[in-house]
Design a protein around this ligand. Structure first.
Ligand code: SAM
Length: 317
């Protein structure tokens, strides 16, 4: 009986060892190479930020940038555009730069609008007459980084980047901000300190040539009328509310060169911004069509708003 039990026990251990010899290596193989690993690595999702594939970002780029801008960049080569370090101003540069800022969470601006700002800065660089880049409302520097890096990498005409901000957030809203279904804005909203702005520029390699940037602290109604800007190729408005948009248009629109680009980040998100733009365009008989920057990753993915920002090109290029 004892012998029988012993031989059964030995056979049991043997079976166990055989099974282990087969399953342990298999288990190790599965852990090291999960069946989905190779296909996951091959998808564009892993190249870019999770949840945003290359296809989606190219969709954004092709949707927002109309043919004429692409033609401007590729056909009318301005003598002021330098191909530094063999870098090409194209989809690769635009998507990479915009993704970097979007992932950093410095900016509240959507990827679609970051991409659009970059393309417009490229188009502005290609204009036959040089002009500076201006941003009213720099906040933590998200869009400024994109504009400055475009200049650092492609400009050879010593253009300047002019950035304006109170660094104390929005001023008080007025009657025009309060009527309508869009945002109204509140005093002090979107406050970022000057040191945060500069730290972000440093971190994202946009502070390599401090001489090419003029950053002015203060409220637009005081700073813009005395800013010694003469020629603007790209005017990027991002002050949200009525007075901030109005003051920027009154003081800076006349300085936009013929063919220059105007971008308004908050046209369909803030009541006052829309009113200021519509009133200014009406008063100055500006009939150039505005192009919407459509939000949303794909047509089937719903967003709260179809668009927020618009841009147009000043006549006479
Ligand atoms: C929404 S944030 C700008 C976002 C930024 N352009 C970006 O790309 O991330 C609005 C900024 O405009 C500034 N601002 C708005 N109205 C202003 C005014 N009248 N004078 C000075 N700064 C103003 C605020 O302080 C705030 O930093």
């Amino acid at each position: 009986m004892t012998k029988l039990r012993n031989s059964q026990g030995r056979r049991g251990v043997g079976l166990l060892l055989n099974a282990a010899a087969i399953f342990v290596p298999l288990f190790v193989l599965i852990i090291l190479h999960p069946p989905h690993a190779s296909s996951a690595l091959a998808t564009p999702n892993t190249i870019f930020t999770p949840g945003l594939s290359l296809n989606e970002s190219t969709y954004l780029f092709s949707q927002h940038i109309s043919g004429p801008i692409m033609d401007t960049i590729s056909n009318k080569q301005s003598s002021c555009v330098q191909n530094k370090q063999n870098l090409v101003f194209g989809e690769h540069f635009v998507v990479r730069e915009a993704m970097r800022v979007k992932k950093s969470k410095i900016s509240l601006v959507s990827l679609a609008r970051l991409v659009a700002s970059l393309w417009l800065s490229g188009a502005a660089l290609s204009l036959p007459t040089p002009g500076d880049f201006v941003e009213t409302g720099v906040y933590r520097g998200g869009s400024s980084i994109l504009l400055i890096r475009t200049l650092l990498k492609f400009d050879s005409c010593n253009r300047l980047f002019w950035g304006f901000d109170s660094f104390e957030g929005l001023p008080a809203s007025v009657a025009e901000d309060k009527v309508g279904t869009l945002s109204r804005g509140s005093e002090g909203q979107y406050t970022a300190t000057e040191s945060t702005f500069y730290a972000n520029l440093q971190q994202y390699k946009a502070f390599k040539n401090p001489k090419m940037m003029v950053i002015t602290k203060g409220f637009f109604n005081e700073t813009l009328p005395v800013a010694p800007i003469t020629h603007i190729a790209f005017l990027r408005l991002d002050g949200d509310i009525f007075t901030s948009t109005w003051d920027a248009l009154v003081n800076l629109y006349p300085k936009v060169i013929p063919g220059g680009y105007i971008y308004v980040d908050d046209y369909d998100s803030f009541n006052g911004c829309k009113k200021a733009v519509d009133a200014y365009r009406l008063q100055h008989k500006i009939s150039e069509p505005m192009t919407k920057i459509i939000e949303g990753k794909r047509p089937d993915q719903k967003r709260k708003r179809e668009y927020e920002a618009v841009w147009w090109q000043k006549k006479g290029a």
